[in-house]
Write a protein that binds this ligand. Structure first.
Ligand SMILES: C[S@@+](CC[C@H](N)C(=O)[O-])C[C@H]1O[C@@H](n2cnc3c(N)ncnc32)[C@H](O)[C@@H]1O
Length: 382
């Protein structure tokens, strides 16, 4: 496997070495990005299909290739919409990528571990074990967000190469040295990664993906033989106590309010071109792909408002969920307001949804669908 060396015109390929806030307009060293060392050899592909163009003039002359991002790079990476920092790169994905959102994602990551009872699906550790002479294991996280998942990988498998891709850079002050963050739009293709990874992970990125089925096919090429695809997505539908869809539209405002808010969010994300139905099709797509075998499907019903019938374990995560909903209602503002819903209508709806969740009278759920599978050792020709 080989990786791009930093070059004057490059995919923004960074590890972070200071606190940041998209709100901040500070050019000080605290807002610097450092290039992490290339993992191996010369670049495999002359240039990425995507390349986040970084103005070479903003690179410092420091021997560590410190890239002072300050206000100019922040302006390149983020735009400010309705009080939030949203990526400046994709017209499809319009949820925030700022510190507040990363904090929400970090907490959500811990909640997923609690719900699933494990950090990684069963074959993961065996596949990533450092037990093949001459092979350095490699793991790719697509749409990494704050990077909480891939940082767990990089720390637990210090001899692996870990790569995280997102529309915004990871901003952890504790970036492991075997982890690299790349700013890139997955919609533009993954060809530059073909054959490079033992594991490809993607979680909750469907609202920013135009054609998820194509991404699944590309992942089949990114994986090495025997490798693992591990994907998880919400389907953006609200569900009732019987796990039936709560069907609402965007032409009227009705209870349950959280379900109504979710309907506006999903409608706005669909209008931008996000492949929101990916969750529903993941299993069929992966099962039907000739490169994959040993396909495993799991689903998790997450209570926005739990029912009395739910297990104590589900009730235990309600505290996390309530906090997550509170934060997510704010995260949805750039997307929903950008779709044209008036501010006063949205804020009223948010307030009603918040109250409904705290009153906890109307059980409502969201569904997480997860699929993992192995890439066959011998893949039939296309
Ligand atoms: C809801 S967050 C989930 C983050 C992380 N996977 C997790 O589970 O915590 C979705 C992430 O996917 C990224 N994303 C969405 N569409 C993308 C695209 N086309 N290319 C790269 N990243 C994308 C977003 O920027 C965001 O950070």
């Amino acid at each position: 496997m080989s990786f791009h060396m930093p070059s004057p015109t490059l995919k923004c390929d960074v590890s972070y070495c200071g606190p940041s806030s998209p709100e901040s307009d500070d050019d000080s060293d605290a807002n610097s990005l450092t290039f992490s060392p290339p993992f191996s050899g010369p670049p495999s592909v002359s240039s990425s299909l995507t390349s986040y163009e970084v103005d070479p003039s903003i690179r410092s002359a420091s021997p560590e290739s410190v890239l002072s991002i300050g206000s100019s790079l922040q302006a390149q990476v983020y735009r400010h919409e309705y009080g939030r920092g949203v990526n400046n790169y994709s017209e499809v994905y319009r949820l925030p990528g700022d510190d507040e959102e990363f904090e929400r994602l970090d907490k959500q990551h811990l909640m997923f571990i609690e719900i699933m009872g494990e950090k990684f699906p069963p074959p993961f550790r065996e596949i990533m074990a450092d037990n093949v002479p001459g092979e350095r294991k490699a793991c790719l996280d697509l749409g990494c967000g704050s990077g909480s998942w891939i940082m767990d990988v990089a720390r637990e498998f210090p001899n692996c190469n870990a790569v995280a891709v997102d529309l915004v850079p990871m901003q952890s002050p504790q970036m492991p040295s075997n982890l690299r963050s790349e700013v890139d739009d997955i919609n533009l293709g993954l060809e530059h990664f073909y054959g490079d990874f033992n594991v490809v992970h993607a979680r909750l990125m469907s609202s920013g993906i135009k054609d998820y089925h194509r991404v699944i096919d590309q992942i089949s090429h990114v994986l090495r033989p025997g490798g693992l695809i591990d994907v998880a997505e919400f389907d953006f539908y609200p569900y009732n106590e019987e796990h039936q869809r709560i069907l609402l539209d965007t032409h009227s405002l009705r209870t349950p309010w959280w379900a109504q808010w979710m309907t506006f969010l999903a409608s706005a994300a669909r209008a931008r071109g996000g492949d929101l139905d990916a969750a529903t099709h993941l299993y069929d797509w992966i099962c039907g792909h000739p490169a994959f075998e040993d396909v495993v499907y799991r689903e998790f019903w997450l209570p926005i408002v739990p029912s009395r019938k739910d297990s104590p374990a589900l009730h235990k995560i309600t505290r996390f969920m309530t906090e997550d909903v509170e934060a997510f209602l704010k995260s949805g503002r750039p997307l929903i307001l950008g779709s044209g819903l008036p501010e006063d209508v949205l804020f009223d709806l948010e307030e009603k949804a918040r109250k409904e969740v705290y009153e906890a009278k109307i059980p409502q759920y969201t569904r997480l669908q997860c699929v993992y599978a192995r890439k066959k050792h011998l893949t039939p020709p296309p």
